[in-house]
Ligand binder design. Sequence first.
Ligand SMILES: O=C(O)CCC(=O)C(=O)O
Ligand SMILES: [Fe+2]
Length: 356
Amino acid sequence: MAEVAAAAAGSTAGAAMRVQSISQSGQSRVPPQYVQPVQTRPGNRAPGFDNIPSVDLSEFNPASRDRVREEIGPACRDWGAFHVIGHGVPPALLERVRAVGRAFFEEFPMEEKVKYACDASSAATEGYGSRMLENDDVVLDWRDYFDHHSLPLSRRNPSRWPHHPPDYRQVVAEYSDQMALLASKLLGLISESLGLPTSCIEDSVGEFYQNITISFYPPCPQPDLTLGLQAHSDMGAVTLLIQDDVGGLQVLKDGEWVMVQPVTDAIVVILADQTEIITNGAYRSAEHRAITNGSRARLSVATFHDPAKSKRISPASGLASGSSPPRYRDVVYGDYVSSWYTKGPKGKRNLDGLLL
Ligand SMILES: O=C(O)CCC(=O)C(=O)O
Ligand SMILES: [Fe+2]
């Protein structure tokens, strides 16, 4: 342990232990804080499904809109997560954002990385971090990350983002804009697939508060005992995620963990909790987690689209009236976020707490 502590000593703010430092120290066992209790360990793969569903948005025009809606509806209802292909975001940009992320984690020395450390004493601050929750009694995730506050533009300050490689900031800014456009297009289709006006869900969410989190999961000496990221659903409206070819994202489907197999150039769409509330439970947020890998480092880039903290979220009137009353209590989004960070995700317990 002394070596691990020494290897992690490069961290300053909050003295957070960096998973990458532990991984590089070459220990054959993970420190005890990373060992999951038996019931949440990765276990065996579910035999039932090879992958989450896939929806092709190419040739997206008024004539194909019906087909796309018909595919998106069941994917949202039965899974809450699906791949989109033919999404119009240039594959070179997806590759570039993965490359700049990898460069930060793998080419920057630790003493440079920690200059960007996020404020470990409060939740979801921008920068380089290793712990999602402040609470000390939780099992730790085998993950380091960099969180960027990217939209609205008033929150975007690229001077707080890594300065290397030289195009890091420009790539992340361009990626942010492309993801917001795609999120808006998807929320429109998702609304239509429920018979709602195109803008219904986006109007309920309001202006997007977008964060981009690049997660880095270093090789783990005990992948059977650990999780890269504990089971959770995302808090906001919709998450767009890309991963590399290592794979490790899993989605819970009918009580079994299904591997999200990497699909070249695809983007994973993950419905988040506010969309479940707005659709009055017609569409469910996806419970998901990341497992670790014994030999290869894995990188993912998750782009979250959330309401403003002051926004009150409630089921859409078109889905919660007459014979189908509201199934969720209204919530001010900022209160939802505070409670999520205080209690921790434990699957979907925060959303379940709003059920009427
Ligand atoms: O790395 C992944 O695949 C999952 C990331 C994720 O779920 C998150 O950041 O909320
Ligand atoms: Fe997530």
